[in-house]
Design a protein around this ligand. Structure first.
Ligand code: HMH
Length: 222
């Protein structure tokens, strides 16, 4: 079995699930301009809570990189991601204010609770850097690929949602960030034991399933 480009191989193998997560009806409804504003508001409020939970997970990946990585450059890539989350949280507060969504009393819905619980389980020191960085890449890549579709030429994304889509869909920051994470993940997976590879693949599938459930929740189908 060839171990190089493991991420690409897994994406081919799990294409159906990956497309399900990145071409979800929620995203397609933004892309074709038919999204209901209630769905968008639900997503906004729930994703604010998710991003708050993403901070300690991202910080745990940073610690794992510092302890376990064979290349010091990994820390900078992950640090850039951690740092960008502060701006992201401020953005959520501004955006929620704009839409009249009160963030102080948002109750996390079940799929969100489950996804955040999954993130928390990955913080454990027993979860290896290779497995954690694979999860981190997948989490960011699903959002990038999803929202990139909505800013493509010819999309009918409502103008008031363009900024949201560009936040994750843009190539300049988010696209390159995902590429850097993917490169790190591939490099680590190339050197991983079969047992670690199995764990990383399972974690990737879990991320994709949680992302699907998150989109479903945003559309009101819990
Ligand atoms: C549910 N997945 C979810 N929310 C996000 N903000 C990201 C991924 C990427 O940051």
């Amino acid at each position: 079995e060839k171990k190089t480009g493991m991420i690409e191989a897994w994406l081919r193998k799990h294409r159906y699930l990956y497309d399900g997560a990145t071409r979800h009806p929620f995203i397609l409804s933004i892309h074709d301009g038919t999204i209901s504003i209630d769905s968008f508001k639900t997503w906004l409020a729930q994703d604010y809570l998710f991003v708050r939970a993403l901070v300690p997970f991202a910080a745990s990946v940073l610690i794992k990189a510092w302890k376990e990585s064979d290349e010091s450059g990994d820390v900078e890539v992950i640090l850039r991601g951690v740092a960008s989350l502060e701006d992201e949280i401020s953005w959520f507060k501004r955006e929620a204010n704009k839409w009249g969504v009160p963030l102080s009393d948002v109750v996390p819905q079940r799929p969100n609770v489950k996804y955040c619980g999954f993130l928390e389980s990955l913080i454990s020191p027993e979860v290896k850097y290779t497995v954690a960085i694979t999860a981190f890449w997948a989490i960011e890549a699903v959002y990038h690929e999803s929202f990139a579709l909505c800013i493509e030429e010819g999309s009918k994304t409502p103008p008031e949602l363009k900024e949201t889509c560009a936040r994750w869909g843009n190539e300049a920051f988010h696209g390159n960030y995902c590429k850097s994470l993917q490169k790190i993940a591939n490099r680590r997976l190339q050197k991983a034991s079969d047992e670690e590879l199995k764990k990383a693949e399972v974690v990737l599938l879990s991320v994709l399933e949680h992302e699907l459930d998150f989109w479903n929740m945003s559309r009101g189908n819990v």
